[in-house]
Write a protein that binds this ligand. Structure first.
Ligand SMILES: NC(=O)c1ccc[n+]([C@@H]2O[C@H](COP(=O)([O-])OP(=O)(O)OC[C@H]3O[C@@H](n4cnc5c(N)ncnc54)[C@H](OP(=O)(O)O)[C@@H]3O)[C@@H](O)[C@H]2O)c1
Length: 351
């Protein structure tokens, strides 16, 4: 069968355009450094690479936080930085328990006295997501910050146990259900005096690679698209979900972010299957952000000035407002359509 975008023919094109994009972005980021205080309507020290989590994150006293995929990469760094600001509790939600336990041990060494605990979560199974939400609700009656960080990138074709393409199922469906099940707790928290409830979805500039017609709902049809296109769809869904969530639940703040380009385990699949990408990422290492800086945009969106964070559904690092892709991310109707489709799917499966 003819594929619209076959991996073997178009993957190099994707790689080249991705790398070109990364390079442009890196230059853009470097350009922002000297002009930090000049940029637009966001406070000077947060709209720049000069964001300093130690100084710019306010006290998080009393707050309860969940970070998905908190056992590695950007998620682990995000938990570590948040822990320094004295929240009531951080739930490090993760699939691989052994990695979670060693991450917690390390974080507690770095931030003595921090209250970080493990929440078992496998986003590729709706049943497991429900279990995680129930477990959380039995342990906390409030939730101030939910960072939907976990993700996978450019992995071979596979489906989740519930029949969704693995990247779409993990990055979007799993997080959509988690958010939905935790919504009553978040809405209750939002009623408390001085509350500031936030949902932050980790997206990517990779959302620009989504299929030309936006979201391909037919999961069997998705197999005909290359893995980068499927990753693009999953990350587009992260933006659209945050956008529609903000519209539907005005008492909370929801947005999506691109963290930058950071060499983490996310690239394992790419590096193991593509020689070109392996070579390219080797060369690109010099312009990749390090992991601590890679967590800045999540940290900014989760704790920066609420009035500012609410003004966009998508931010590039750090606190730089973006509309995302013209044909898809900027289409409110598509956000509404994905929301309705997702709700119907989840309800249809008994959630
Ligand atoms: N790094 C970048 O350059 C970059 C660029 C743009 C966007 N992003 C986004 O940033 C987020 C974090 O990426 P990263 O770079 O930190 O990647 P990473 O180091 O590979 O971490 C990914 C995390 O997601 C978790 N995860 C994967 N599948 C899961 C599942 N089914 N259930 C629960 N957790 C699962 C992993 O847990 P296990 O170890 O247990 O599998 C891990 O903790 C992702 O959403 C990614 O799309 C990253």
């Amino acid at each position: 069968m003819l594929r619209p975008y076959t991996d073997h023919i178009l993957a190099p094109k994707h790689i080249i355009s991705t790398l070109e994009h990364f390079q442009t972005q890196s230059k853009d980021l470097q350009k922002t450094i000297p002009s930090t205080s000049k940029t637009s309507n966001i406070s000077a020290n947060t709209n720049t690479m000069g964001f300093n989590p130690d100084k710019d994150i306010p006290s998080l006293e009393g707050k309860v936080i969940i970070v998905t995929g908190g056992n590695a990469g950007l998620g682990k760094e995000t938990v570590t930085q948040l822990a320094r600001h004295n929240p009531k509790e951080i739930f490090l939600a993760a699939r691989t328990a052994s990695k979670a336990e060693s991450a917690i041990e390390e974080i507690k060494k770095t931030v003595p006295g921090s209250n970080v605990s493990f929440l078992q979560l496998d986003l590729s199974s709706l049943e497991a997501v429900k279990k995680a939400a129930d477990e959380f609700k039995s342990r906390s009656d409030r939730l101030d910050i939910l960072i939907n960080n976990a993700g996978i990138m450019a992995v071979p074709w596979a489906k989740t146990v519930d029949g969704y393409e693995i990247q779409f199922g993990t990055c979007h469906m799993g997080h959509a259900l988690l958010t939905r099940l935790l919504m009553p707790t978040m809405l209750k928290t939002a009623e408390q005096p001085n509350s500031d409830v936030r949902v932050i979805n980790l997206s990517s500039e990779g959302h620009n690679m989504a299929p030309w017609n936006g979201i391909v709902y037919d999961q069997a049809e998705l197999e005909r698209w290359g893995t980068w296109r499927r990753y693009g769809q999953a990350k587009l869904a992260n933006i659209l979900h945050a956008r529609e969530l903000q519209r539907r639940k005005p008492s909370i703040t929801a947005t999506a972010i691109h963290p930058g380009v950071i060499m983490t385990d996310l690239y394992t699949s790419v590096n193991s299957t593509s020689f070109v990408m392996r070579m390219s990422t080797g060369i690109m290492k010099s312009i990749f952000m390090d992991v601590p800086h890679g967590a800045h945009n999540s940290l900014w969106a989760a704790t920066g000035p609420k009035g500012t964070v609410r003004t966009s559904y998508y931010w590039k690092p750090v606190g730089s407002k973006s509309g995302g892709s013209f044909w898809h991310a900027q289409k409110p109707k598509l956000a509404e359509e994905l929301w309705d489709w997702t709700e119907k799917e989840l309800e249809g499966k008994g959630y």
